[in-house]
Design a protein around this ligand. Structure first.
Ligand SMILES: Cc1ncc(COP(=O)(O)O)c(C=O)c1O
Length: 382
């Protein structure tokens, strides 16, 4: 997505950095004495990693979390000096770049640890590593059986002075169901993993487990640091419980390209899936599935235009969609702003509404705007 400096694109993702700062404040309040690592992977959940990171750090976040070495190095290159952890690594990732940039590397296997240590030796610098232990998500993370092998290798590398051991962390499978029994099981396995490391004389500087949902609903799991992602962007991780006073940061909007009459009996958009039951006025919105408006929303979504929600008619195309202004076209003109989704404060659709229609989660919805969409920032620290 292109970032526009003040120039309105015809389709925009407007990111409210004041909302990001507010949400970090909410998370800090829930975290108690624990530090806050803000997760800015996937370009800050598609809100812009650098801008979100700067705003979050100014609002009191202590550290940043990403998935890949490349994401972490890009933050350093943008001048961000805070601790950065990357945790989804492959054997032949560019660990040399990571070590040189003082990135903390999350380890999920003995092979990864060896590769990091080799990069550190080559560079003549110490690598900072943390152990990502799999406590039951069965995705990324060190599996229980090989954990002793990793601990033994780490012990040697710490003794050699080639790595500094920073943290042990893990990730929950059911955090969005705050009292799901696997949460306590994972906590117990996490505590066992910490105890096992200590048996090797490996005392972590800190341990962390909680994502957004756990930060907001399970204060008992805050440990030394929490690791929220989605809540930073203002989307509640547990919609059934509430919004926790979070403020959604992204508004996906476009300029009305055309306002025109459609006579009764005429079909609208490819396949004429909607036939006008009466003479009507429609607005053409220049955003389509190439921009992140899911095609399966066609005929089901509402778009906020001219102070109210209007139904989309017919198919969503690659570049455009049509909304029905019906008898209420007055006051709607070409160039007006049409909100596809936003915080919902005026009654406009929210990312959660799209998620409900699509049978998905709002995480996927905010990651959708792309390609021609211009990102623009409001407020905050950049
Ligand atoms: C290891 C890890 N920690 C924290 C997070 C943040 O999760 P959430 O966005 O649900 O807060 C993620 C996201 O997937 C993650 O993979």
């Amino acid at each position: 997505m292109a970032v526009s400096a003040g120039v309105n694109g015809q389709v925009e993702a407007v990111v409210d950095l004041d909302a990001i700062a507010h949400n970090v404040g909410v998370l800090r309040a829930h975290a108690g004495d624990a530090a806050v690592m803000v997760v800015v992977k996937a370009d800050g959940y598609n809100h812009g990693a650098v801008e979100v990171a700067r705003t979050a750090l100014a609002a009191g976040a202590a550290e940043l979390g990403v998935t890949t070495v490349a994401e972490a190095v890009a933050l350093r290159e943008a001048g961000i000096e805070a601790p950065i952890l990357c945790w989804l690594n492959i054997c032949d990732a560019d660990y040399t770049a990571a070590v040189a940039a003082e990135i903390e590397i999350g380890i999920s296997s003995a092979e990864q640890l060896d590769a990091v240590a080799a990069a550190a030796r080559d560079l003549g610098e110490q690598a900072v590593v943390s152990l990502k232990v799999d406590t039951g998500l069965n995705r990324n993370g060190i599996e229980q059986e090989v954990y002793p092998v990793v601990l033994a290798a780490l012990r040697k590398q710490v003794d050699e002075g080639v790595v500094r051991f920073r943290a042990i962390f893990s990730h929950l499978a059911h955090a969005d169901e705050p009292y799901h029994p696997t949460i306590d099981l994972q906590r117990d396995r996490f505590l066992d993993a910490i105890a096992a490391a200590k048996e090797y004389g490996l005392e972590p500087e800190l341990v962390h487990l909680a994502n957004s949902a756990a930060t907001l609903t399970r204060p008992d799991l805050a440990f030394d640091m929490v690791r929220p992602g989605i809540a930073v962007y203002g989307l509640t991780p547990v919609p059934d419980i509430g919004d926790f006073e979070l403020r959604p940061a992204m508004t996906f909007q476009a300029e009305v390209a055309l306002v025109k009459r459609v006579p009764k009996g005429e079909g609208v958009s490819y396949g004429h899936e909607w036939i006008a039951p009466a003479d009507t006025t429609v607005a053409l919105i220049p955003a389509g599935y190439a921009d992140g408006v899911f095609r399966t929303l066609g005929g089901r979504m509402q778009v906020w235009v001219g102070g109210r929600n209007r139904p989309n008619r017919g198919r969503v195309c690659m570049d455009q969609l049509v909304v029905d202004l019906d008898d209420n076209a007055e006051g709607v003109a070409e160039g007006d702003t049409a909100i596809l989704f936003g915080p919902g404060s005026h009654g406009e659709p929210r990312a959660q509404d799209w998620a409900d229609l699509l049978g998905t989660i709002h995480y996927e919805v905010v990651c959708a705007p792309r390609g021609r969409v211009h990102r623009r920032y409001r407020g905050g620290t950049r």
